[in-house]
Ligand binder design. Structure first.
Ligand code: GSH
Length: 211
């Protein structure tokens, strides 16, 4: 899921970049050896720009924001909220991450544990708060920002695992603004354009299924 976040952000905001796709390898030791060549943590995503490497999705968002201010909302309060929301997704929601592997196909709903209920309730509260407080249709106002990129894969997961109905009104609004760009961009991921002349290169991975 996380590998898709900066990719989606750059696609939706039309920040030019070239992609390098890497397949998962069954032998994880070998994968780590190979991936360390482009990512110090041996994880994706990583972003290469000139001599610099940025190897974490939240760090990539901040790095991009230094050059492309539209990565975060212009309004300071919305920007603070959007940063918190993105960070919460980045480091939280362990149950959703574990029980809902990323897929684009319809999948069996996971076991309804207390942990899952708590995380769905938190998503609902967070999305409702953003929609009501900033009133722009996206999470933190009228434009797609990094917070939206962090939550777009979650919208896809909720839909695929039949969990969208478990959230109240927010998910309907979020689906309108997030599902389409996320799905369109994710489909596009299957047909990556390669332009090695571009200065910024995002190193992502390719699984059998698009991520
Ligand atoms: N902190 C990283 C975590 C990245 C991460 O978990 N990447 C996964 C793919 S989505 C990965 O590279 N996994 C390698 C593996 O599991 O073999 C970020 O958010 O960018």
């Amino acid at each position: 899921m996380v590998a898709a976040v900066p990719w989606l952000l750059m696609k939706v905001l039309r920040i030019p970049f070239a992609e390098a796709l890497h397949h998962f390898i069954g032998d994880k030791t070998e994968q780590r050896r190979q991936w360390r060549a482009f990512s110090p943590s041996a994880q994706v995503p990583a972003l290469a720009n000139g001599g610099e490497t940025v190897w974490d999705s939240l760090a990539i968002a901040e790095y991009l924001a230094e050059r492309h201010p539209q990565v975060w909302p212009q309004d300071a309060a919305a920007r603070a909220w959007a940063r918190c929301a993105a960070a919460e997704m980045h480091s939280g929601f362990p149950v959703l991450r574990t029980v809902c592997n990323f897929t684009l196909q319809a999948a069996e709903p996971p076991c309804d544990t207390l942990g899952l209920q708590r995380e769905l309730a938190r998503l609902d509260a967070l999305w409702n708060e953003g929609l009501e407080r900033f009133g722009g249709g996206f999470l933190a106002g009228g434009g797609f920002c990094a917070a939206d990129a962090f939550y777009a894969p979650v919208v896809l997961r909720l839909r695929c695992y039949g969990l969208a109905g478990r959230l109240n009104g927010a998910v309907r609004a979020i689906r309108r603004t997030h599902f389409r760009p996320a799905r369109a961009a994710t489909m596009d991921f299957r047909r990556p354009g390669r332009n090695p002349k571009r200065k910024i290169r995002l190193i992502c991975l390719k699984t059998k299924e698009a991520i």
